[in-house]
Design a binder for this molecule. Structure first.
Ligand SMILES: [Zn+2]
Ligand SMILES: [Zn+2]
Ligand SMILES: [Zn+2]
Length: 143
């Protein structure tokens, strides 16, 4: 019986050094803080092909956004996805809904308001470039 040699050496780990104190904890803090549902990730429906919300219709490197539709409040990668999957006609957001969060950056999964999206050429959070061709059919999504 032959052994293949000693176990692999373990890389030495750089010592982190002393960790500072966490600071004084205020025990008097009242327990009535509103706890927003953090980490809540929107669900994107339809035939997506990757984790950046590209779909079978639009999947160039720039197609990284999904849109929430006014009719059902659900995110889809594009209007064709909605048409094929939702089972009902889409309707554009009214012009009075520019403050609604209805655009999702598929790179960083941040939500943009319609107003933010219409002004942006790239994601204000992660700087991912958006497809300028989408502007050609904005009227499908926004009045
Ligand atoms: Zn819908
Ligand atoms: Zn699609
Ligand atoms: Zn982003």
């Amino acid at each position: 019986m032959t052994r293949r040699g000693p176990a692999d050496p373990v890389d030495p780990v750089d010592p982190v050094g002393p960790v500072g104190p966490a600071g004084p904890v205020d025990p008097a803090a009242p327990g009535d803080r509103a706890d927003p549902a953090e980490g809540e990730v929107p669900v994107v429906h339809g035939p997506t092909v990757d984790a950046q919300t590209r779909c079978i219709h639009y999947r160039t490197p720039l197609d990284v956004i999904a849109l929430r539709f006014a009719c059902c409040g659900e995110y889809y990668p594009c209007h064709l996805c909605h048409e094929e999957t939702a089972g009902h006609a889409s309707r554009p957001w009214p012009a009075s809904s520019r403050h609604e969060s209805a655009v999702l950056c598929g790179v960083c999964w941040s939500e943009l308001t319609i107003a933010q999206y219409l002004q942006a050429e790239d994601c204000p959070y992660c700087a991912a470039a958006f497809n300028p061709g989408c502007a050609l059919h904005h009227e499908l999504y926004f009045e």
